[in-house]
Ligand binder design. Structure first.
Ligand SMILES: Cc1cc2nc3c(=O)[nH]c(=O)nc-3n(C[C@H](O)[C@H](O)[C@H](O)COP(=O)(O)OP(=O)(O)OC[C@H]3O[C@@H](n4cnc5c(N)ncnc54)[C@H](O)[C@@H]3O)c2cc1C
Length: 516
């Protein structure tokens, strides 16, 4: 670090103790700032959370964590913030099994095995299967520039990044402008067509699907033992270790602005806390609508919010069960398993298949011979409005939640009768729950979907008309998720350092290249 303009330490207030806020806090402390996090809940984590029900830990987040592979750029960042050690990581050998028009297809991480499986199912699609595997490989090797935000890069660095991405531009444009549906129509096999439309829940484009699977298939999308709790506990410990302070159950009501410059925050209890900078690491719509009282706009967000069809938000309902671990293991199926069911309603959506995930790969989620079985049901903006309206009449809301859980339970038992006596509902979450708990816009667990008709959103964290506020978090870069929250938290500190004419201390990632 050099060129210190002002010797007195500057203070940063961080709104929100999710992954992004904790990331900013840790990087901020390590770079000589005084930071304090204000979190509305009595615990940290935000959407990356878990909770206890009937003696079990329900994990409300991590299905795959990009950056678990040693040597990757994101792995360095996770370790910078103390999120996990390599020994903590469980690497799956598959991304789950999907029953596709009657044919079970397992998404093996070993791409040779996957290719062989798909060719056996549909020899007439051999050429296209090989092409798809090649696309996945291309995305495995795509190194996105994450060490520094684009807006802070020198022209020389930008050119270097541009050149390094050149070989991928073709596949990127091809896959980002193609919907999974359109791509799937190229295949003769109805099973493979179905598969392509179901790999990743939601309305993302082919790029989102292949990039997500590419990450997992290269061993870069594992899960930490103990799930979401592990990384949150570790990051909180790291933050406190480097001198940071979290104020729990302290909701921020407003960012205090004087003459176009942020001066601190006002808490819900009326307390004013002064600071030199404010990092808004909470949901970005909460920042605009609540903390800044709709006085400013972030054009990119506003445009996307208006064009809901092109930029749908992504939320879900979660129904969690406990189940006899031995009986579940005897089914001999992969941890994630999707199968068609008699259609039922969840919010305003019709659900035609169920995706279950058993957590018995990690002893942490096994209690007295029982383990957790979770079902994630994708929900849209319209579904959020449905639950939001119902929530105004609590008994009706609770009744509908129970009804949803019973519909799910019935279908799991129909599929796996041996689980009948041990499958117990232990928790139900709707998009409204996410909204109530974290102020998430439309209960979104990920930001706007990157659809084939939409465009990528890369936000520089600034709000026109206000100085010294930096916005971070999952909304700042599509497709969102934990790595984006982590990165944008770090970038917020880099942006402040740049304003302060100070340098960022980099850790050095290793270059890597995969072959099938
Ligand atoms: C069911 C589910 C499954 C998921 N699975 C994955 C996965 O497998 N892999 C993956 O990468 N991602 C996954 N995600 C997404 C991931 O959890 C989020 O992208 C990420 O946690 C977002 O972090 P964040 O810090 O940007 O925001 P948040 O987690 O929303 O953190 C913001 C924090 O700000 C607090 N806050 C809000 N308003 C205020 C206020 N006014 N004052 C004070 N505090 C406030 C909130 O309480 C919260 O703690 C999943 C999410 C869900 C819900």
């Amino acid at each position: 670090m050099k060129k210190v303009k002002n010797d007195s330490l500057k203070k940063i207030i961080i709104v929100g103790g999710g992954i992004s806020g904790l990331s900013s806090g840790i990087y901020g402390q390590k770079h000589g700032f005084i930071t304090e996090i204000y979190e509305k809940n009595p615990v940290a984590g935000g959407l990356c959370t878990s909770w206890t029900r009937k003696g079990f830990t329900v994990d409300g987040c991590i299905h795959w964590l990009t950056g678990t592979r040693e040597g990757t750029e994101i792995n360095y960042m996770w370790k910078d913030v103390g999120a996990f050690t390599q020994e903590d990581i469980i690497e799956p050998d598959n991304f789950g099994t999907i029953i596709c028009e009657g044919t079970p297809i397992t998404l093996w991480c070993d791409l040779n095995k996957l290719e062989q499986e798909l060719i056996e199912i549909s020899p007439e699609d051999k050429r296209l299967i090989k092409k798809t595997i090649k696309l996945i490989l291309a995305f495995q090797n795509l190194h996105l520039p994450i060490d520094i935000p684009l807006s802070e890069m020198s022209l020389w660095k930008l050119m270097k990044v541009g050149l390094s991405l050149l070989p991928y531009l073709n596949v990127y444009f091809y896959a980002s402008k193609k919907s999974n549906y359109k791509y799937s129509l190229k295949f003769k096999s109805p099973a493979i067509r179905y598969l392509l439309n179901h790999i990743v829940p939601g309305d993302g484009n082919l790029y989102t699907t292949l990039y997500a699977f590419g990450t997992v298939s290269v061993g870069n999308g594992g899960v930490p033992k103990g799930g979401s709790k592990t990384i949150i506990n570790n990051m909180v410990r790291e933050y406190e270790h480097v001198g940071g302070k979290i104020h729990y159950a302290k909701e921020v009501e407003e960012i205090v602005i004087k003459d176009g410059v942020a001066k601190g925050v006002k808490l819900k209890d009326g307390t004013i806390v002064e600071a030199d900078y404010v990092i808004a690491a909470c949901d970005s719509f909460e920042t605009i609508s609540h903390l800044l009282k709709d006085k400013y706009v972030i054009k990119g967000f506003e445009k996307r919010r208006r064009l809901q069809k092109i930029y749908p938000t992504q939320s879900c309902a979660l129904v969690t069960f406990s189940v006899d671990e031995k009986k579940y293991r005897e089914l001999g199926i992969t941890s994630t398993y999707e199968f068609p069911v008699e259609p039922f309603e969840a919010g305003t959506s019709f659900v035609q298949s169920l995706r279950t995930r058993a957590y018995n790969y990690d002893p942490y989620f096994i209690v007295d011979g029982k383990t957790i079985l979770n079902t994630l049901i994708f929900q849209s903006d319209k579904d959020y409005e449905y639950w939001d309206e119902l929530n105004k009449t609590k008994p009706v809301y609770n009744y509908e939640k129970e009804k949803l859980a019973l519909e799910v339970q019935k279908r799991i038992i129909e599929k796996f009768p041996s689980l009948k006596d041990s499958l117990e509902i232990i928790d139900i979450v709707t998009p409204k729950t996410f909204n109530r708990y974290t102020n998430a816009y439309h209960g979104a667990y990920m930001p706007f979907a990157f659809t084939s008709t939409g465009s990528m959103f890369y936000y520089d964290g600034k709000i026109k008309g206000v100085k010294n506020v930096v916005v971070s978090g999952q909304w700042a870069l599509m497709p969102g998720g934990l790595p984006i929250a982590l990165m944008t938290g770090k970038w917020a500190i880099q942006r402040i350092l740049s304003k302060e004419h100070k340098w960022f201390a980099f850790t050095k990632p290793i270059k890597y290249n995969y072959t099938k």
